[in-house]
Ligand binder design. Structure first.
Ligand SMILES: *[C@@H]1O[C@H](CO)[C@@H](O)[C@H](O)[C@H]1NC(C)=O
Ligand SMILES: *[C@@H]1O[C@H](CO)[C@@H](O)[C@H](O)[C@H]1NC(C)=O
Length: 317
């Protein structure tokens, strides 16, 4: 752990170019630039003990693979290509900090740069590497078909773009099980050199879960962001056996209870009606017009006071 700090800051020691000995150019060894931000390529001229009053005559910054220099200081004049400048705002030839600033880092800026310096006490040059990173967008999941149910096959598609270098999309089921094996990821290079990751996860009916998480990892395996897709719980079809088991039982129980209640009531009604008809046959035939309305009262009165049909005027009209 402790060794990481010095490693990061200090030196890529120089390859001597003949006129050697009195200066070195020290550059930081690892430089990570953020896409769209400034990147510092830090190099400093260090005179050795013997050299005094060092003055810089020439500075040249080149990028590996490019013909033209990005920055040249010569005869007191500085020539720059757009997007590059001395990191020191008012640099002059007594300033040993010859760092280069990339003003708006793009993917194409990644690579190896060389800083060449000619001084009054020797020449020297050194290489420095710039890595470019860009954070992927927050991933987005969409599905095919648009509505995923548990009863039909489907596909989840997770997209994350604007990242660099290539990262990875992984899928997790119910927050824990890594399902990435079943998925397929494609990488697309967009106009500005940034990458788009697209991962497709097929879903097979009968083994569709309720929660899917798409996680984006950067090139060094660091988790960047995630998106969650939830499958709706209420199925639309009635087929589908095992998965339907749980919700179906919730419906069956009340149906059974209410059904038996209704059947019980029906049986009770039939039983009562039979009883009444049996009695009606034994009581007065005059009752026939009004028995629907007043049968119960009639039963009651007959039981209690031995009354006859005369007490019901309706029967006599
Ligand atoms: C060189 O200059 C840059 C820009 O001013 C600064 O950030 C950096 O720390 C300097 N490096 C050294 C070693 O002084
Ligand atoms: C990846 O993410 C980790 C954690 O967020 C971060 O420390 C690391 O610098 C990132 N690496 C790249 C290459 O973006």
């Amino acid at each position: 752990m402790a060794s990481l700090g010095p490693l990061f800051i200090v030196t890529a020691i120089c390859i001597s170019t003949g006129n050697a000995g009195f200066v070195v150019v020290q550059c930081s060894s690892e430089n990570v630039g953020q896409y769209g931000q400034q990147s510092l390529l830090e190099c400093v001229v260090r005179p050795t003990k013997d050299a005094t009053d060092t003055q810089i005559r020439v500075v040249t910054w080149k990028k590996e693979g490019d013909e033209e220099a990005l920055l040249v200081f010569h005869n007191g004049q500085t020539t720059l290509q757009p997007g590059y400048k001395f990191a020191e705002p008012s640099w002059d030839n007594k300033n040993m900090n010859v760092s280069l600033l990339v003003t708006n880092t793009a993917v194409k800026n990644a690579g190896i740069y060389t800083c060449m310096v000619v001084t009054n006490s020797g020449d020297e040059k050194s290489d420095i590497r710039l890595k470019v990173t860009a954070k992927y967008s927050v991933p987005v999941i969409h599905s095919r078909p648009e509505k995923i149910t548990r009863t039909a096959d489907g596909t989840l598609i997770c997209d994350a773009d604007g990242g660099y270098p290539q990262g990875e999309i992984r899928w997790f089921v119910e927050d824990k099980t890594d399902w990435t094996r079943s998925s397929k990821m494609e990488v697309t290079v967009t106009e500005n050199g940034l990458l788009k990751l697209t991962s497709k996860l097929p879903l097979l009916h009968g083994s569709i879960f309720s929660k899917y998480t798409c996680v984006v990892y950067n090139a060094s395996g660091g988790k960047e962001d995630e998106a969650i897709y939830k499958v709706q719980d209420r199925p639309e079809g009635q087929e589908g056996g095992r998965v339907l088991g749980a919700p179906a039982s919730k419906i069956v129980a009340p149906v059974v209870v209410i059904g038996s209640l209704i059947i019980g009531l029906l049986l009770l009604l039939i039983y009562r009606r039979r009883n009444q008809q049996a009695r009606r046959h034994s009581t007065a035939p005059l009752m026939r017009d009004h028995r629907e309305v007043s049968q119960e009262e009639a039963d009651y009165d007959r039981d209690n006071s031995q009354t006859t049909d005369k007490e019901f005027p309706g029967g006599q009209v």
